[in-house]
Design a protein around this ligand. Sequence first.
Ligand code: SIN
Length: 297
Amino acid sequence: MPHGGAPTGGGTVAGVAIDVTPLTPAIGAEIGNFDVSTAGDSPADVAEVRQALLDHHVLVFRDQNVDREQHKAFGRLFGELHIHPSKRGPDAKGDPEIFSVKADENSVRNNGGRWHSDVSCDDMPPMGSILHLKTAPPQGGDTMFANMHLAFETLSEPIREMLVGLTAYHDGLQDLRWYGYEPQPGFSYPATSHPVVVTHPDTRRPLLFVNPAFTSRIEGLSDHESTALLAMLFDHVAQTPTLHCRVQWEPGTLVFWDNQCTQHFAVWDYYPHKRHGERVTIAGTEQPQAVGAGGVA
Ligand code: SIN
């Protein structure tokens, strides 16, 4: 369960529990008294972080001075690191375990500038992502997050019942093309089907698992049925503020989100200024599992 207390920023006080301060009733918490750079030394604190992630889904750590190796080591405390599809090609450049997030005066899109969960087109989508901000714009550049358990639970019962049992196609190429890219010859981007309503691997709580970046159609429906149903679900997530929290970043802010039960939207309101961060992503361990009949796990 969450602990009370104000966030303390980076730095762990040995033997003292981490501080967890919720951001909203629905999603997000600021974590204090925890130093990401030395996290591996404190298994009990890491267990508390894991529990806080299950409770709040998005964790914000302030003033974290971590280098790449410490960032990756923190990620590995929660699972194997995931390689982004753009880093799986023969000509991929740079550290495959580091995904750079950058926008500046030359950008035509920012990374993650629409609601999505990371790489939902993978057979086993990532369990979580950890973004460490290096450069922040003078104002703006916030990230919005949505709780996808609540997104499902706040739909009406007839719609929930209709969604259970449906599957949707998640297409990595759709996302790649949104950024204006085409795959290199001989290089295929992942695409797969997942149930529309899945259960969280740890809690088995149901959640809505479609997003506008990757989900291209609901299978078994006509084109106009699929388009209308997806538009309704995407609008529900975007237009229900009680599902959301909004994180403001500074250099050194590190955010760990549970990619299985959240979506996020990186707001690009700072052009022509620069925002840059590095993301480490944790591999998922199972294919998304369908919820049982009637909408319960
Ligand atoms: C992303 O991982 O989608 C980018 C998030 C962000 O830049 O805040």
